[in-house]
Design a protein around this ligand. Structure first.
Ligand code: DCT
Ligand code: MG
Length: 460
């Protein structure tokens, strides 16, 4: 009732939306300290809910800059440092309120003395001087710019920095460097497009386009948009799409057929098709002799590339009527299980509903003629297409939904606590030496003895 509500508001039992940094109507017990509220936070990130929007952006932003800097150093010690910053950031992301004093974080896991000093600095001065110094550092800024180019990792970026190069223009002028590698030269050519975030509306338009093609091949093919979009993000750096067929084995050949059709429409700019490197050993978590995983991701057949997507697809987001609070709630209760979420955008998000998959939708018009860089009607967009056999689909879905850090946590937990090997292909019990199948995402979590988390709760 209104009276009860105003009583709760007065006592601080309920915090209004605007004071909660977008987490709507969370009931927060008023007379407990943060320590009391957080002492039961589980150790593994995969055991706790991590929402997209949280209360401690001021702290996680600084920690993520420092993690990024450590990533760029690209060696074992810095790998551990980056991990430590990320694990600490994950703790702050799942706290039920904003940290106001350093004493509040004394008993939390994964918060070492270095992180405590950073938090103290932020609480005293409003910002982290260490993170600010890093952000303004010439090497860091250049590394951020160069690793933002498709196909460029920290090793190449650092090499270019040492050669005195600093900007994208420098790279474009320095003809000899990137042009040796077709992937990088394409990344440079379309750099402006590729650093423009991909919007949800564009991911939906692309999924529709592919759905149309699949329908003409065999309507039983299934498609799901995974990655950040499935976790509720409104934008991302690419579109990750998982493809499968309900009959095991029939997924083979779909990628070739699909790419051929997209190519005929003039939609492909650049791409590399990786063959499946899967075998039974892979399911048990072994690497095939001499076939070290290039992507370190998985052994699925996939296409990693750049496609043309009509500029007008970006405008669709203006029609996306829900504000972020409402959307967060909608997503929380729907999990982007396509059937349930279809009411959000009924015409585009029903890709995983088997009853819906024969519904023919009107194909979005194919891209118009190229009319030069600024005047063209399309943007270059990064797209990953991944093909999975139906028997591995739900493990692949969890893996490709992420986040990357959530996957890391799941796998570590499976190994340490259950003596099981989890990959995007399967769960393997190393003691009993058998595979544990899953027919839903819920079953993946059940097999891991974990409480089910919706995709929007996996944003660590
Ligand atoms: N992934 C992973 N390990 C990696 C890279 C990716 O486990 N090294 C998983 C987790 C997310 C998923 O694959 C898709 O990867 P990205 O597109 O890189 O991540 P994202 O969360 O979708 O980020 P963005 O929204 O920027 O695309
Ligand atoms: Mg992605």
């Amino acid at each position: 009732t209104t009276e009860w509500l105003s009583e709760c508001l007065k006592s601080g039992k309920i915090v209004p939306v605007e004071k909660q940094h977008y987490i709507p109507w969370t009931v927060i017990p008023a007379k407990t300290t943060v320590n009391e509220r957080t002492e039961n936070i589980p150790i593994y990130e995969c055991q706790r809910e991590t929402p997209l929007q949280h209360h401690n952006e001021h702290i996680t932003h600084a920690l993520e800059i420092l993690a990024k800097e450590a990533d760029f150093r690209n060696d074992d010690i810095n790998y551990s440092r980056a991990l430590a910053f990320r694990r600490a950031a994950c703790v702050f992301k799942c706290l039920p309120s904003r940290v106001e004093g350093v004493q509040e974080i004394q008993s939390l896991h994964n918060i070492g003395s270095h992180v405590k000093r950073i938090v103290e600095d932020i609480l005293d001065n409003g910002y982290s001087s260490e993170a600010e110094k890093t952000e303004n550092n010439d090497w860091f800024k250049t590394m951020m710019t160069f690793t933002g180019v498709f196909g460029v990792g920290p090793a190449i970026a650092d090499k270019w920095y040492r050669l005195g190069l600093r900007t994208i223009e420098d790279l474009k002028i320095e003809q000899t460097l990137p042009n040796k590698d077709e992937r990088i030269s394409t990344g440079l050519t379309f750099h402006d497009d590729l650093t423009l975030p991909v919007l949800r509306s564009e991911a939906e338009a692309l999924a529709d386009l592919i759905r149309c093609e699949l329908d003409t091949i065999d309507p039983q093919y299934q498609l799901v948009v995974t990655g950040g979009f499935r976790r509720g993000k409104d934008c991302g750096h690419d579109v990750d799409i998982l493809l499968t067929h309900p009959v095991e084995g029939k997924e083979k050949g779909i990628l070739e057929d699909l790419l051929h059709r997209l190519d005929r429409q003039g939609r492909l700019i650049y791409g590399k098709r990786e063959q499946s490197t899967w075998n039974d050993g892979v399911l048990q978590g072994e690497n095939i002799k001499g076939q070290y995983l290039k992507s370190t991701l998985d052994h699925f057949e996939k296409w990693i590339g750049i496609m043309k997507l009509d500029k007008k697809c970006r405008q669709c987001c203006l029609n996306y009527g829900l504000n972020s609070n409402e959307k967060q709630q909608e997503l929380l209760h729907s999990s982007l299980d396509m059937k349930k979420v279809s009411h959000l955008r009924p015409d585009t998000m029903s890709h995983m509903d088997p009853k819906n998959n024969s519904t023919k939708r009107k194909c979005p018009s194919s891209s118009s003629e190229d009319r030069g860089t600024n005047d063209r009607t399309w943007y270059a967009r990064r797209v990953d297409l991944i093909v999975t056999p139906t028997s591995q689909f739900y493990y692949a879905l969890v893996g490709w939904t992420g986040s990357k850090h959530f996957n890391r946590s799941l796998r570590l937990y499976a190994q340490k606590e259950l003596h099981m090997k989890l990959t995007s292909h399967a769960l393997y019990d190393t003691t009993k030496k058998h595979l544990i199948p899953a027919n839903s995402e819920q079953e993946v979590f059940k097999n891991l003895h974990l409480r089910y988390l919706e995709p929007v709760e996996r944003n660590c």
